[in-house]
Design a protein around this ligand. Structure first.
Ligand SMILES: Cc1cc2nc3c(=O)[nH]c(=O)nc-3n(C[C@H](O)[C@H](O)[C@H](O)COP(=O)(O)O)c2cc1C
Length: 311
């Protein structure tokens, strides 16, 4: 009896070298994913697709279906975008560039912005591989990929920071990672489970990158105290009544999150941070974005770029 394909894994190569070190790790991951019965894998080289950066037109927010209106492979009707929408799991293999991710990888992730609004990728399994062959910083690069997975609501199956000093061993690890991704993709194909923020924040405590500390650090300007924080400052400087009310509501869960974090109660700190974050994000949206972004077809500052690209 022939095997029936039930899950689709997208294996993305972000390196410009189609058969270099990064590619060999991706191929090992593909082998692992293909070893799972019912999993089909598509290997796609990002450099074979020509697409530009997000132009901040915000059409994907206003559009009912949250589609990107740019006419390139990552636009709403683009070939690469169609692959992403079809996927039950994605693995990206990225060469380490300048102690971080490659520009091509960043470009791809940036163009996934419409999914932040549609929520269509929420809960989809994701894995990452970062490959360095020189000075290194593969761990830093891989943490960045994990951070992006978090912002898209993806389930982080695992990340593999690799230096070519141990590439043979890493190929075996990449194969195992691919297999785990294949299995997770099968589950996704049957039923994509929602991935609510409280669960996601807590899960990522064990991932290479967790939002808890950087988020609190950023809101407090590094002091981990309420006084002088962005929320305290916003209460002084915001003008919109609704925005100020939201900030007032954010104060309590935010101070709770800080206290719990200081006590080492990280899971509870995450739950309070999720509450504070929703209020803070909503407040900044009301204060800075709503009128300009949602109320008009496109913010006037961005129209020249948009016109250039679509003409
Ligand atoms: C623009 C650029 C920047 C790079 N920066 C780093 C770096 O910061 N650390 C490092 O170890 N290797 C660096 N490299 C080397 C790549 O990591 C190397 O190409 C790696 O082996 C990726 O595999 P691949 O090129 O075979 O796909 C860089 C390469 C390029 C082209």
């Amino acid at each position: 009896m022939e095997n029936e394909t039930v899950a689709y894994v997208l294996a993305l190569l972000a390196s410009g070298r189609s058969s270099g070190f990064t590619a060999s790790l991706l191929d090992a991951a593909i082998q692992g994913a293909r070893s799972v019965e019912g999993v089909e894998v598509a290997r796609v080289r990002l450099h074979s697709h020509r697409f530009g950066p997000c132009t901040s037109c915000f059409n994907c927010i206003r559009d009912e279906d949250h589609e990107c209106t740019l006419h390139d492979p990552m636009g709403g009707d683009g070939t690469l975008m169609a692959e992403v929408k079809r996927a039950n799991g994605i693995v990206i293999a990225d060469p380490v560039h300048k102690w971080g991710t490659s520009a091509q990888c960043h470009l791809f992730i940036e163009r996934l912005y419409p999914f932040v609004w549609s929520g269509r990728l929420e809960g989809m399994p994701f894995a990452s591989i970062s490959c360095a062959s020189n000075q290194g910083m593969q761990r830093l690069a891989n943490r960045n990929l994990c951070k992006w997975a978090f912002t898209l609501g993806l389930r982080y199956v695992g990340g593999l920071p690799v230096h070519t000093a141990y590439i043979e061993q890493a190929r075996a690890e990449a194969e195992a990672l691919g297999q785990r991704l294949g299995q997770a993709a099968l589950v996704d194909a049957q039923d994509r489970r929602p991935y609510p923020e409280p669960e996601r924040y807590v899960d990522y405590l064990n991932a290479p990158w967790s939002p808890l500390e950087p988020y609190l650090d950023n809101l407090t300007g590094g002091t981990m105290a309420y006084d002088g924080s962005l929320i305290a400052q916003g209460l002084q400087t915001f003008r919109q009544r609704e925005a100020i009310e939201l900030l007032q509501q954010a104060r309590e869960p935010f101070t709770q999150a800080l206290a719990l974090y200081q006590r080492g109660e990280y899971q509870n700190a995450c739950r309070e941070l999720v509450r504070a974050s929703a209020l803070w994000t909503h407040a900044t949206w009301k204060e800075f974005l709503e009128e300009d972004v949602v109320g008009t077809r496109a913010p006037s500052a961005y129209r020249p770029i948009e016109d250039e690209l679509t003409s």
